[in-house]
Design a protein around this ligand. Structure first.
Ligand code: NCD
Length: 342
């Protein structure tokens, strides 16, 4: 694996498989049964210049669960970039303070520019509409774990990606990552004007996958194994696009869609946050409590996967088991009140 994690382009099937194995070994720590101190003394710089809850907090928590400490800054207006500091200068300064850096920034390519100015490992936590590689890794880990539970195989699987496929960086990274594996079927359903960029469709097709674009969810998706739905990224719209835009209810994944059109073991994923305002027509809350809804298992998986990324980049992945201790504090059996027993 390369020094930084900026794009899925730098990953191979072997490096992804390695990260998946390391993540599985992190489970006892992520599930709060064991404690490790393998990153004791290390400091993470967590720089978020764009809105975030789970990515920022899960990177932070993952570093802490490995025994490290975290310094962070949130929001552009409170950073020196608001005073005109360049990415180069911020990068050099932060490198003197931290052993690893996670950065989210509204401009595509900005995290790569930041990383070019440092020898400290940098992880792209989302660069505008560009990429979100750690999300793709945790999505892939989730698919793999759910398929193992359901006795399914990745080769030949049918994955439906829907929602904002143009500006949604998570689907850009995920489709690249899936394309590294044996041929599968990928169906894309986006509202007009928010389709997956052609270069990504061409890349995936050139690697032997069957890619199909459809314009509506009102179709038969009974053989779909994964429904991956995304939020409309209105914050990336031009004023012209925003004017009068509203997502038709036809693009909503809800219980009726799942019961009528999908199979009984089709899983539903979403990178979150889902926009729960009724006019948004994002993933419906009426699926809460349905075991097919994997979204919170997906967010939980962010911890072991991000621990695996840190452990691998900081080269302590072979040392994790050496200093494990049992957890001593109270941990509830299930963390969510609606969590299904699988
Ligand atoms: C996503 C993002 O920021 O790209 N969220 C996340 O990191 N899980 C998706 C989104 O904001 O819609």
């Amino acid at each position: 694996m390369s020094r930084h994690l900026l794009s899925v382009d730098s990953l191979t099937r072997d490096s992804v498989n390695h990260l998946m194995h390391v993540a599985a070994r992190m489970e006892p720590i992520a599930q709060r049964r064991q404690v490790t101190r393998v990153l004791e003394g290390a400091v993470l710089g967590n720089l978020f210049f764009e809105a975030s809850t789970r990515t920022r907090v899960s990177f932070h928590a993952a570093f802490c669960r490995l025994g490290g400490s975290v310094c962070d800054t949130t929001g552009f207006t409170f950073s020196s970039m608001a005073k005109g500091e360049s990415l180069y200068d911020t990068s050099r300064v932060m490198s003197g303070y931290c052993d690893a850096i996670v950065m989210r920034h509204p401009d595509q390519g900005s995290v790569a520019e930041f990383a070019a100015a440092t020898h400290v490992p940098v992880i792209n936590g989302g660069d505008g509409p560009g990429e979100h590689p750690s999300q793709a890794l945790l999505d892939f880990y989730t698919i793999d774990k759910e398929f193992t539970r359901l006795g399914k195989k990745l080769a030949g699987a049918h994955v439906l990606l829907t929602g904002d496929l143009k500006y949604g960086r998570t689907v850009h990274s995920l489709i690249k990552l899936l394309s590294l594996y044996d041929p599968m079927r990928i169906t894309l359903v986006a509202p007009p004007g928010l389709e997956m960029p052609d270069y990504l469709i061409d890349l995936v097709a050139s690697r032997g996958h069957r890619v199909e674009q459809r314009t509506s969810l009102a179709d038969d998706y009974a053989d779909v194994d994964v429904v991956y739905t995304t939020r409309i990224q209105k914050e990336r719209f031009t004023a012209e696009m925003s004017e009068g835009f509203s997502l038709s209810r036809d693009f909503t994944v809800d219980r009726a869609f799942m019961d009528k059109r999908c199979g009984r073991d089709t899983i539903v994923m979403h990178p979150l946050p889902r926009d729960s305002r009724s006019e948004a027509n994002d993933l419906d809350v009426d699926l809460n409590g349905d075991p097919r809804l994997a979204i919170f298992r997906q967010t939980d998986n962010g911890i072991p996967v991000r621990m695996a990324i840190f452990a691998t980049l900081l080269q302590v992945d072979e040392l994790i088991e050496k200093d494990l201790r049992p957890v001593r504090w109270f941990v509830p059996e299930r963390v969510g009140v609606d969590d299904s027993a699988l």
